[in-house]
Write a new protein. Sequence first.
Length: 690
Amino acid sequence: MMMTMTRSVPHGNHFHTFFFLFFQLFVLITSIASYDSTFSPTRPLRITENETIVSPKGIFELGFFKPATRFQERDRWYLGIWYKRFATRVVWVANRDNPLSSSIGTLKVDNSNIVFLDHSGRVTWTTNLTKNMINNQLLVAELLDNGNFVLRYSNSSSYSWQSFDFPTDTLLPGMKLGWDRKTNINRRLRSWKSVDDPSNGDYIYKIEIRNLPESFIFKKNSPIYRSGPWNKVILSGSSTAIQVSPYATINLTETSEEVTYSFDINNNSFYSVLEMNYDGLLRRWVWTPTAQKWTLPFKIPRDQCDNYSECGPNSYCDMTTTPICNCLQGFQPRDQEAWEFKELTGGCVRKSQMRCVGNGFLHLTKMKLPDTKTTIVDTTIGLEECKARCLMVMDCNCTAFANTDMQNGGWGCVMWTGDLVDLRIYRPQGQDLYVKLVAADLGEKRRMNKKTIIGSTVGGCLLLLLSFIIICFWTRRKKRARTAANVSQERNRDLKINTTEDWGSKRMDFDVISTATNHFSELNKLGKGGFGIVYKGRLCDGQEIAVKRLSKMSPIGVDGFAVEAKLIALVQHVNVIRLIGFCYNADEKILVYEFLENSSLDTYLFDFLHLNDGSTLLSYMWNHWSQGNGLEIIDPAIKDSSSSVLSSQQILRCVQIGLMCVQELPEDRPTMSSVGLMLGRETEAIPQPK
């Protein structure tokens, strides 16, 4: 309280009297206002519904708030902090488990603690500091402009206590989440119990320090979400939105004194908070001056694969597959029957018993690394030494390894010694993981490389596109030039033996092919696709062959089979496998290729030719199409022969539909029924390929 003294003033000097009284009033108001954000042992503060503490620049406010109450429920008053501009955005609660029944209370500093008393003088909340601090200076409690409620000595900038060390459900800019090893404080977020109940809820978001730092959401004591370990760059399986932001600087600190996560706002006109909600979702809220409202850039868990151990041990979750759970190569479902009924949490077990020798590694990319609870970490060695150590006889229990530090290309070693838990495909933030398998379970995938995969994929798309254009031209020409009867006759002629000269291959007897493949034995199976199965066989003269037996349910009809056989038979190129023969017998449609040892059949069936500039034929075709030069990619013989049958517009429509069929994303490609409709309805507009 300020005391002022007055003295008598001559009656005639009214101006001086007014000035003096005004000055005294100004000093009194200024001294009162200076205590708006602080209080001390000599100056306790009365808090009511209408009396609050405001931070120096008016950003945050501390006072009473009352959540909405249900019918006939008594009032519950809480001491909290909120944005003064957004009164409903409560960011901290003092007495969350001990509400008051009335909105009258007192805040004071007593015996080195901040104490909150109700209207009857009963202590409802305290900072609960037990040590006695020896300092002759005045203790001051203050609400700062960053939302931190602190207790400090008036001559010191360090804090005896701060609300930032005891967050409730909200992380503010500048607040740290995680471990302070000096004070042994683990700062964590705990949800409200419900939308109108600030008491401690079921969900906790915190940083766990096992062998590597990871963030978790727990429901009571059970994890429901895990971010993946901190690899010095990012949390390896966490959304970029929690780590990278255009309006904020994200800080992940790992030292001998602390392991913490925090963020700072780059623009003071923005507001942002991280909130652990009562529904179990961690949300980042952002207020921007352009939107003039709170928006939600992200929340976690963001999908089903984010659920902790969604697929059980030794399997991975992938949102692009059906079902989303997949056993790792070399593993099989623990309970096959449950797996078939989509009860997937039991996970997978090894097909072959792990041995201490004769093992190798399956290289997985774009992975959220497994839970690091059962790991061995050595930050002093690189990847190759980590691999050698995991293969050593003394480390028979090593099941996988990866880098711990992804700065500068990767360093450090983490080795798992048990089941691999909580794996998922995580594009594009995932990391490389090397899973130990016995040699027998590595199979041919061990020898596949990136070039083979890309070549097979693009080559297959190219062949599909070329085949589609030719089939489109073929069917259109026959439709316009012949009657239905002639089409039927033409079909029969195409499937007659003609044709070693015309096709470069011959019709083969079904029994010969069946004998060559040991009656299509499962032991001779090379692979299986959407249109049928490929078998390895040996003719009576000793020649090894690859037999493509189309499924009876294959969408390739008689014409399609004939065109494919004729097309591949006539194509002679170093990168295209040679067609030896074919068979059409009742429902059987079979193509016989030469067999190439120690290589992928798809590579030779569907490999592609690089142009001199390194681009593919598919990209060459796309570039011409997107530049409006689609006709330049059509063989002149086709254009000349089709002048009386197909217009240029019709040819371009066929090319457009063909490009739609080889789009990168499966969901962008039309179904075969859609293709048929597009071909039959020439006046109807069709989408542009991507």
